[in-house]
Design a protein around this ligand. Structure first.
Ligand code: NAI
Ligand code: MG
Length: 494
């Protein structure tokens, strides 16, 4: 479909957007609402129900009731059929979901529509897993004739607390293992981008997911806090900042909830002199500038081998100057605004700080001004050179279109420097040498190593962090284990 013919989503005909609890759209018990706006224009998109502890409690109870209801007795093949129907529905409605994210987040439509393939593939992958769940029969050496086997049971009510940087994709990713395992879900989308999760949850109902299995409670950080502390929640799946991840782990402790956290990053992208520069140059730029830098695994620390540094940086700067930043609805746009004024101010603060510490902006380095920019939060793609490893921009997650470039001489040296942050989420290596590629892949402390590519994701391949980038892996054959309890059954046959 032509991007220009994608209609304004019907959901936006209603200014007051309610939560979705127990199969029904409901206002917050308090009646409170918060605004969500388009960060490209400032347009008010909706007044969204602001859930508090009371609404969280209602949603957790609905999820618990659903868990004990017909959902529990549903056969794996039935859950699978529903999930496959959901995949078809998500595919059929993806333009609408993509447009909601473009308006709510500011990500270019040319980018958000591409999420369709992954969203459908995720749901179909997890649909397959629904019928693959299996315990074991285990040998034991107990005296007598005793049979032992394990049962796999859904862990229970899951809380998903989501960030704003890829709203519908995240909602799908959090939902897949819940449906496959027979758990139920209370999802709290980010306050900046709550709309597509609500539409997705409606599609879940349309696909035949029973009422109460997927609930969406909209609200701010304190809504997430109430959810993560609720004693009726059995597991939390969180994606977001490292600071909030720490709070969630603490909130989970008193009732020993299962927790997985996918957090921030400061990922290294390493270009060796023998790399294919025609591929490495644009990939190094988009590794950090895509989605305005608002990607947890963005390649924000670029290490270029000294002998090609000059050529590489010239080509990178030239490529970066061609990136089209602007109206997210324009099919030509590659990069839109950042999500909010506070996010923009945070990024501009890092840029000022970098200058103060002596780094040089080779490209960009400011907010974009002028017609088409003034009503939104646009930051120019920015490349800093002369960055020292210890500088703030080299150590902290900025979550904006800001690249720090370094040069290096040897593989040993770059490995040590690449690993010298507390994070460990993504990483890139560009080389045509097999030994270098394998040795770097072994040596880098990160959950993903991309060799001669960047930011590849697939439902069948695990993704997650080392260190303060979190723990737990999403996707891949073992993800579903996070949603299952293992029960040992002993049967004395004597
Ligand atoms: P955040 O981590 O505060 O928000 C993520 C989610 O957690 C939202 O749904 C939010 O409402 C919820 N939340 C906030 N406080 C909570 C609490 N105490 N308990 C439970 N849930 C809570 O991220 P935020 O403020 O939107 O962005 C701040 C920074 O976090 C960004 O500048 C970026 O550096 C980082 N970030 C990293 C992401 C990643 O995927 N690595 C994603 C989003 C943000
Ligand atoms: Mg918004």
């Amino acid at each position: 479909m032509e991007l220009t013919s994608i209609a304004r989503p019907a959901l936006l005909e209603t200014m007051e957007q309610d939560m979705l609890i127990g199969g029904r759209r409901v206002a917050a018990a308090s009646g409170k609402r918060f605004e969500t706006r388009n960060p490209a224009t400032g347009e008010l998109l909706a007044m969204v129900a602001q859930g508090d502890a009371e609404d969280v409690d209602r949603a957790v109870k609905a999820a618990r009731a659903a868990l004990e209801g017909p959902w529990r007795r549903m056969k794996p093949a039935e859950r699978q059929r529903i999930m496959l129907r959901l995949a078809d529905l998500v595919e059929a409605h993806y333009d609408e979901l993509a447009m909601l994210d473009t308006l709510d987040l500011g990500a270019p439509l040319s980018r958000t529509v591409l999420g369709k393939t992954r969203a459908a593939a995720l749901l179909r992958y997890y649909a397959g897993q629904a019928t693959l769940i299996a315990g074991d029969t285990l040998n034991n050496s107990a005296p007598g004739d005793v049979l032992s086997h394990t049962l796999k049971e859904p862990v229970g009510v899951v809380a998903a607390i989501n960030p704003w940087n890829g709203p519908v994709g995240m909602a799908v990713w959090k939902t897949g293992p819940v449906l496959a395992s027979g758990c139920t879900l209370v999802m709290k989308p980010a306050e900046q981008t709550p709309l597509s999760a609500l539409r997705f949850a409606e599609l879940c109902l349309e696909a035949g997911v029973p009422e109460g299995v997927i609930n969406v409670v909209t609200g701010l950080g304190d809504t997430g806090a109430a959810l993560s502390a609720h004693p009726g929640v059995d597991k939390i799946a969180f994606t977001g900042s490292t600071g909030v991840g720490e709070k969630i782990i603490k909130a989970a402790a008193p009732t020993m909830k299962r927790v997985t956290v996918e957090l921030g990053g400061k990922s290294p992208n390493i270009v060796f002199a023998d790399a294919d520069l025609d591929k490495a140059v644009p990939a190094a730029a988009m590794a950090v500038f895509a989605n305005s830098g608002q990607i947890c695994s963005a390649g924000t620390r670029l290490f270029v081998q000294s002998s090609i540094r000059e050529e590489f940086m010239e080509r990178l700067a030239a490529f970066t100057r061609t990136i089209r930043v602007g109206d997210p609805l324009d099919p030509q746009t590659q990069i839109g605004p950042v999500v909010s004024a506070p996010q923009m101010d945070k990024i501009l603060g890092y840029i000022e700080g970098a200058r103060g510490e002596g780094a040089q902006a080779l490209v960009g380095g400011s907010r974009l001004a002028g017609p088409g920019y003034d009503d939104g939060f646009f930051v120019a793609p920015t490349i800093f050179t002369d960055v020292q490893d210890g500088m703030t921009i080299a150590q902290e997650e900025i979550f904006g279109p800001v690249l720090s470039a370094f040069s290096f001489d040897t593989a040993e040296e770059v490995l040590e420097r690449a690993n010298a942050t507390p994070f460990g989420l993504g990483s890139g290596v560009w080389t045509r040498d097999l030994s270098t590629a394998h040795r770097m892949a072994r040596g880098i402390r990160a959950g993903s190593v991309w060799v001669n590519c960047y930011q590849m994701l697939d439902p069948g391949v695990p993704f997650g962090g080392f260190g303060v980038s979190g723990f737990g892996r999403e996707s891949g054959p073992h993800h579903i284990e996070e949603y299952l309890e293992t029960k040992a059954v002993w049967i004395n046959l004597d």
